[in-house]
Every structure is written in structure tokens, then in C-alpha cells.
Design a protein around this ligand. Structure first.
Ligand SMILES: [Zn+2]
Length: 356
């Protein structure tokens, strides 16, 4: 059994560290030496439920869970583990690899904590002076040959390695598939995590993005895709990370993802670095609405075509032939976007169940 000194952990790791660095909670307001906000333990939305005494390193929830205690109790309650396990988690996260205070360690956020963690700083002033997503100076160790990747999603090891994805065993993305995200210059700016535990994915969403990460300022895979976008389909705009990876396996290397079904204005400007953009969103209502909006944003900026997939189909469900035919069909028929919107190229069909 691992030996663990509770007192040392409570002395060396403040409750502010636990909230800001371990959980990256940034919706708490500081009033004097008290933090107040929604309770992260029961995930309530009452803005005054959760109180933290920064001097005493104590917390209390006044509404939903009505729990309270010190740093260890917080982790125990939030992660639903024993106090001992909570102590081990904090020790592992903050102390094990950090003998010297300023050492930047693989898999652990570097100190000082990132700006996103500055929950106590008022929300005004110099927000846009720094880049929206500053480069990360850490790298997670990810295991590419995880069953979720090679069995569930049937991606090859080569593809996993090409995109740098893999299972993350420790740190903030522990238990997730980590996906490195780069800006248009190819600098690593964040890791997204695909939650694997079904209940977590249900409760919190399938994807986890770092707090403070501006997803709307990045197009996933643009730094790799743009040099390939001179081909006949131009830059192919899709919704999700894994669609980009599947298209790569289907021979479409110029794919980028919005990381959701909305293309932001900034993302539209990024996509318009290509002279031709093909919008290929999922064949579901959210995807089709998103595609129509993306079209509106892109049309003033570049040449744009829209491929509408049959209901229930995602790009990765297509065979290579079908995909090529769909992409090429839209382009060669010179359909206007409106025509493409009103005349889907394929009749609806039933689609196999998929992950996203
Ligand atoms: Zn609570």
C-alpha cells in the first residue's frame, strides 16, 4: 500500500490549488478570503451554494449536497472516493513529480498555474492582449494502441500516431482518449479528452476541453490540412476530431473539424485560407443546421460547397467510393449551395450505429 501523509498534503496543497489546478474550476467569485459559486460537488447551478474559506482551506455546500470539509474531503466527495484515495490522487497530481517547485513535468500543468486558473482575477482588462490559446509547454504521455481507438473506432495505429492521440492514464485527462489540438501555425495549444466511461460521457458530455480554451478560435487539424487543400475538394470541413481521422484513412487529408456543429466567425476566416471549402457535416438535424450556418459564414470569404449526407449518416460511415462520389459530385455538378441544400445527392438510408 502506498504510504500517504495527509497532513503534508493539506499543508502543501491549498484548496485554491485543488479547485484551480486539479479541477480547473474558474466560475468561483472571490470576496475577501472567501470563494463563492456553484457547487462543483453536486454540480448545481445556484451561484451562492458553495463557499470556500481560503485561509482555513475549508469548503461547504449550502444547497444540494450540503457537504463540506478540507481539501481531501472535497476530492473525496467530488470524485466519490475515500479520503485516502483522494490524498493519493492529490499527491500524484501535485507532488510526486514535482520535487523542485518550478519543475515542468510531463503530464502535469506547469507552475505557475495557467491564466485560466486565475479564478480570483476580475473578468475585465487585458483579456485579448495574449493569444486566445497560448502554446502549451507540456506534453501528455498517451498510449495510441488503446482498444477504444483500434477496436471500437477501427482506426489504425498509424493514424493514431499521425494525429498523436492515445489513452491518458494520469493527470487531468486520466481515463480519456487525449487529442492534441494545434493552432494554424502548428503549435500545440490544448488537449481535448474523449470521455470513455459511459456515465461520465452521459453526465458531462463526451468531450472535455480545458477551462479557458477557446475552441472557437481554432480549426482542428488546419496546420496539416491546409497544405493538402489544393486538391479537388479543397479544405473539407467536418464536425468532429474522429471524422477528420477517418477521412484521413479514406484518403481525404485536407479535413478540418469545428469541434462541434457551429463554425465560428473566426473559424470561418481560418477556413477561408483555402480557396475552396467543402462543408461535410453529419446527416442529422444539428449537422444540417450547422452546415447551413457555416455556408452563410463562408460564402462571403471563399468558394464553398455543401455536401448533405443522408439522414443518420456521418462522413466516416461512407465507403471511400461513396465519399469520393459525394465530394466530387457536388463540385463537378457546380451545384450552387442552395441547390445542394435542397437536393441531397443520395436518398436516405439506414445507417449503422457509430461513435462520435
Ligand atoms: Zn453541493
Amino acid at each position: 500500500m502506498d504510504w500517504v501523509n495527509f497532513r503534508e498534503i493539506r499543508t502543501r496543497i491549498s484548496i485554491a490549488d485543488v479547485l484551480a489546478r486539479y479541477y480547473r474550476i474558474e466560475n468561483l467569485k472571490q470576496v475577501g478570503q472567501t470563494l463563492v459559486g456553484p457547487c462543483p460537488v453536486h454540480n448545481g447551478n445556484s451561484a451562492r451554494a458553495f463557499h470556500v474559506d481560503l485561509d482555513k482551506n475549508l469548503w461547504h455546500c449550502f444547497t444540494g449536497c450540503k457537504k463540506g470539509g478540507n481539501q481531501l474531503d472535497l476530492v473525496a466527495a467530488k470524485d466519490q472516493v475515500s479520503v485516502r484515495e483522494a490524498a493519493l490522487r492529490l499527491k500524484k497530481f501535485f507532488l510526486d513529480d514535482d520535487p523542485a517547485p518550478a519543475a515542468a513535468v510531463v503530464g502535469v500543468p506547469p507552475s505557475p498555474p495557467p491564466p485560466a486558473a486565475a479564478h480570483a482575477v476580475p473578468e475585465k482588462g487585458s483579456k485579448r492582449e495574449k493569444p486566445a490559446n497560448p502554446p502549451l509547454d507540456l506534453a501528455l504521455q498517451l498510449l495510441p494502441d488503446h482498444p477504444h481507438i483500434v477496436q471500437d473506432r477501427r482506426l489504425s495505429l498509424e493514424t493514431a500516431q499521425h494525429f498523436g492521440i492515445g489513452y491518458c492514464a494520469r493527470g487531468i485527462l486520466a481515463g480519456c482518449i487525449g487529442i492534441p489540438i494545434h493552432d494554424e501555425a502548428g503549435q500545440l495549444v490544448a488537449y481535448a479528452g474523449r470521455r470513455l466511461k459511459f456515465s461520465d460521457a452521459e453526465d458531462m458530455g463526451k468531450y472535455r476541453f480545458p477551462k479557458g480554451f477557446h475552441k472557437d478560435r481554432v480549426l482542428y487539424n488546419l496546420h496539416r490540412a491546409l497544405p493538402e487543400a489544393e486538391g479537388e475538394y479543397g479544405l473539407v470541413l467536418v464536425e468532429g476530431f474522429f471524422t477528420v481521422m477517418h477521412l484521413y484513412e479514406l484518403g481525404v487529408r485536407a479535413a478540418v473539424a469545428t469541434m462541434g456543429s457551429d463554425l465560428s466567425e473566426h473559424q470561418a476566416v481560418l477556413a477561408a485560407k483555402s480557396r475552396h471549402v467543402t462543408v461535410l457535416f453529419d446527416g442529422d438535424p444539428a449537422g444540417q443546421m450547422g452546415a447551413a450556418r457555416a455556408l452563410e459564414r463562408l460564402e462571403p470569404l471563399t468558394n464553398v460547397h455543401l455536401v448533405l449526407l443522408p439522414q443518420g449518416l456521418k462522413p466516416e460511415d461512407c465507403t471511400p467510393e461513396m465519399l469520393r462520389w459525394q465530394l466530387a459530385g457536388v463540385v463537378s455538378q457546380r451545384l450552387t449551395s442552395l441547390a445542394a441544400q435542397t437536393a441531397p445527392l443520395l436518398a436516405p438510408s439506414t445507417a449503422p450505429p457509430t461513435f462520435d
